[in-house]
Design a protein around this ligand. Structure first.
Ligand SMILES: Cc1cc2nc3c(=O)[nH]c(=O)nc-3n(C[C@H](O)[C@H](O)[C@H](O)COP(=O)(O)OP(=O)(O)OC[C@H]3O[C@@H](n4cnc5c(N)ncnc54)[C@H](O)[C@@H]3O)c2cc1C
Length: 304
């Protein structure tokens, strides 16, 4: 095999380019252009670009935007860059700890919490309402319909396992999040005890997966079994949950629902004294708190 990584991966690059462009001539042009740019880079830059190229592609499948679309590529790149520069943090003790800490913080600031009841109309006495529910839910509360297209339904499965997942690929055995791909299927798989030992007793594992494509927990297990023979035999307990469309991201991640197209971009005010603060608002789903912060800032500006 040639010493130069570009030459060594040339045919793979051609296949990827052809898959994206659908034309031999265009794919050859792109590979040629990439070669010229590669030749002009210094070593450190080559390493960086190589990582982005290698890792950006599976990460594009994280959203419902098609992997070859501008939005799909954008997400792949952003997630790769975040992973490379910041890593993907996970919460020690499980995500419930995050909720618990937010509750403690709110209580310490005098917030009154009422749990277990569903709100179907706005409270009578109020200065401002920060609606941390989907755009459809807030719409139904204030009596307005929303035309935002939902992201697809999701099947989520949780497992308790008798041991670590026996992935054939060595790298997958030491990474907390694994992207399982293949024709017509994408499964996101999490195995966090290697990052947070409190998730499972020593020698055991807890894992979860979700998919927008596969329709049953058995199909998800089959996809994992194909890459990790022996996985099924480790399953001790399984729980599955079907999440309705829109439940994961509060609206599609396609370009038609990003930035200025996302509901209330730059203007979180939804109705008189009501602000949209959920994953439906800019910048979209994820545990980052940005929609709530933007909505709270707008409410403070207008109600001081
Ligand atoms: C399976 C899965 C995996 C994910 N993985 C990640 C990840 O790894 N990293 C990441 O950053 N993000 C992840 N996300 C996305 C992230 O969890 C969401 O984007 C985020 O939780 C959205 O926060 P939110 O406050 O807008 O909505 P939610 O967390 O959904 O909170 C809305 C709350 O409002 C309540 N509610 C709704 N309507 C009413 C009503 N009428 N009255 C009273 N209460 C109501 C709901 O019951 C809910 O408790 C994942 C999501 C899912 C579903």
């Amino acid at each position: 095999m040639s010493e130069d990584p570009f030459v060594a991966h040339r045919s793979l690059l051609f296949t990827v380019a052809y898959e994206m462009l659908g034309s031999v001539a265009d794919a050859e042009d792109v590979v040629q252009e990439t070669w010229l740019r590669w030749a002009a880079l210094v070593d450190a830059e080559r390493r960086w670009h190589g990582l982005l190229a290698a890792e950006g592609r599976p990460l594009r499948l994280h959203t419902d935007a098609p992997p070859r679309s501008v939005a799909g590529r954008f997400f792949g790149l952003v997630l790769t860059m975040l992973g490379r520069t910041r890593g993907y943090p996970c919460v020690g003790g499980g995500s419930g700890v995050l909720t618990q800490q937010l509750v403690e913080r709110a209580l310490a600031r005098g917030v009154e919490l009422r749990l277990g009841s569903r709100l179907d109309r706005l409270p009578a006495a109020r200065r401002a309402v920060i609606g941390a529910v989907s755009v459809w839910e807030l719409g139904s509360i204030v009596g307005r319909t929303s035309r935002v297209r939902p992201d697809p339904a999701t099947l989520k499965v949780d497992w308790t396992l008798d041991g670590p997942v026996p992935w054939s690929a060595e790298a997958a055995r030491r990474t907390p999040v694994v992207h399982v791909g293949g024709p017509g299927r994408f499964v996101l798989f999490g195995q966090y005890s290697m990052a947070d030992p409190s998730r499972a007793p020593a020698g055991k594992e807890t894992a979860w997966a979700y998919s927008h494509d596969l329709q049953s927990a058995d199909a998800i297990e089959a996809a994992i079994e194909a890459l990790a023979p022996g996985f099924r035999a480790l399953v001790r307990g399984r729980r599955e949950e079907r999440l309705a469309p829109g439940r994961l991201n509060g609206g599609t991640a396609r370009l038609t629902n990003q930035l200025v197209f996302r509901p209330r971009f730059g203007r979180p005010r939804f109705a008189d004294g009501v602000y949209l603060a959920s994953m439906s608002a800019h910048p979209g789903g994820g545990v980052h708190g940005a929609p709530g912060w933007l909505a709270a800032q707008a409410a403070l500006r207008e109600h001081r």
